[in-house]
Design a protein around this ligand. Structure first.
Ligand code: AMP
Length: 288
């Protein structure tokens, strides 16, 4: 495994892998790796001849300075985990490398897919994601890139961006990897106290309860989404350390908020919760 800090060096390394006839898979991360990241890497290793993992805590996607400052970092541990997975190339740029001061600021946005959910509550967040991922696509030019469905809105936005900018990359979404009690793995989970960690487990429980409620209501002509979201909201906030930011049922392609569900309709329920001040997100597909 080789790691590089500059754009020129990772470009040259990718170029020589390509010249050797290898297909390249990219897994962008912000580090502090866990099993969720490792599953994306395993998928890339299965599909591609060479896997590039980037670790970059991207300042432009943090709308909250203290969230950026407190984002967990442990590069040594990350590199050990990546070596263990036989990752080929690691890209570890610093902010100056990615955003040189003498380059005028470029803004990207995708209003239609970011009006709701995290896009509504984290202004500018997806603009930063779009910018950094398109830069990574330019730098690495992978044939496939892997993203977690835990960040469902992010996956859709990146998938659409690749099409909008004609990147010759296949953007793939991988299922959410969870802890034993159902909590979606996240680097931010490391910031939860023992008590908060217990309350965080109510998030997946609430989402699963919505699917169960839908099953119980089969035979009806439609169900009211606001009522389902209220049930889930209350379950999450029965944990006194939890504060729900949003809980919405959306169309899985457009992310428009749905008011009702009819039989066989596919949808997704998505939530963001401050658990003792740590912002956690989760979602799952639901079907009536
Ligand atoms: P992050 O380091 O949080 O930016 O995440 C890097 C990539 O890993 C993103 O595509 C995430 O969606 C994905 N990811 C994070 N947590 C999980 C998880 N629990 N299961 C699957 N993918 C995940």
């Amino acid at each position: 495994m080789k790691s590089y800090q500059t754009i020129d060096d990772i470009r040259a390394a990718v170029q020589s892998a390509k010249q050797a006839g290898k297909t390249v898979g990219l897994v962008p991360t912000m580090g502090f790796l866990h099993e969720g990241h490792l599953e994306l890497i395993r998928q890339s290793k299965q599909d591609c001849d060479a896997t590039v993992v980037s670790i970059f805590v991207n300042p432009t996607q943090f709308n909250d300075a203290s969230d950026y400052q407190n984002y967990p970092v442990d590069i040594k541990r990350d590199l050990d985990l990546l070596a263990n997975e036989n990752v080929d190339l690691v890209f570890l740029p610093n902010p100056q490398e990615m955003y040189p001061e003498d380059v005028p600021e470029l803004k990207m946005s995708m209003p239609s897919l970011t009006a709701n959910l995290c896009g509504k509550f984290r202004p500018g967040h997806f603009d930063g994601v779009l910018l950094v991922v398109s830069k990574l696509f330019q730098i690495v030019s992978p044939s496939k890139a892997y993203f977690g469905l835990k960040d469902y809105q992010q996956y859709l936005v990146i998938h659409a961006m690749a099409r909008a900018l004609n990147f010759p990359v296949k953007v793939l979404g991988c299922e959410t990897i969870r802890e034993e009690d159902g909590l979606a793995m996240s680097s931010r989970n490391a910031r939860l106290s023992r008590k908060a960690r217990g309350h965080a487990a109510l998030i997946p429980r609430a989402l699963n309860l919505v699917q169960k409620t839908l099953q119980d209501r089969r035979g009806r002509r439609s169900v009211d989404c606001a009522e389902l979201c209220e049930i889930a909201w209350d379950v999450v906030e029965s944990g006194t350390l939890n504060r729900v930011e949003y809980m919405d049922i959306v169309d899985p392609n457009t992310l428009e908020i749905l008011e009702t569900l009819v039989p066989d309709q596919e949808a997704r329920i998505a939530t963001a919760v401050f658990c003792d001040g740590v912002r956690l997100i989760d979602n799952r597909s639901i079907q009536f």
